[in-house]
Design a protein around this ligand. Structure first.
Ligand code: URA
Length: 159
């Protein structure tokens, strides 16, 4: 699993690690709810630096970091990419489609068309806890997808 968020925040910038602030703690809880540990997954961001004043990344900034991100994905070669939040989803999929319409589908990303699904950003879930149920649905679908993809790649798929 590879989770890709938006950009480092203040705490991430200080520690040089993605998702270590409050949103990161919720992301870690979401990962654990899937029966995984943080060390089992790879976590990255579209932007490698914190945008001034935590503003949304600009398209040119995402483009500047794109090569770095694509190399990370190629090295990790994940079974599944999870785009975390609207900004990451729209940037990775090069679309302006609203997040709600991108959920529940399997998209693909990058040179090897890695399967990609989208879900809500944990910072959004902290502000709107009523949406957590939908995020959990996304993760359960993702889990089923990973199980299916792993079965197929181990030759256990249908003939
Ligand atoms: N939000 C993100 O999108 N990424 C982080 O690393 C932290 C918060």
């Amino acid at each position: 699993w590879m989770f890709i968020g938006e950009a480092p925040g203040a705490e991430e910038d200080k520690q040089g690690e993605p998702f270590v602030g409050r949103a990161g703690q919720l992301l870690t809880a979401m990962i654990r709810a899937l029966g995984l540990r943080r060390e089992d997954v790879f976590i990255a961001n579209v932007l490698k630096c914190r945008p001034p004043g935590n503003r949304d990344p600009r398209p040119g900034e995402a483009a500047s970091c794109r090569g770095y991100l694509e190399r990370q994905v190629a090295l990790v070669d994940p079974t599944l990419v999870v785009a975390v939040g609207r900004i990451a989803a729209q940037s990775l999929l090069a679309t302006e489609t609203p997040l709600a319409k991108l959920r529940g589908k399997v998209h693909s990303f990058g040179a090897r068309s890695w399967p990609l699904v989208v879900t809500y950003h944990p910072a959004y879930l902290l502000r709107s806890p009523g949406e957590k149920r939908k995020a959990w649905q996304d993760l359960l679908h993702a889990q089923q997808l990973v199980a299916r993809l792993q079965q197929e790649s181990s030759g256990g798929g249908r003939a």
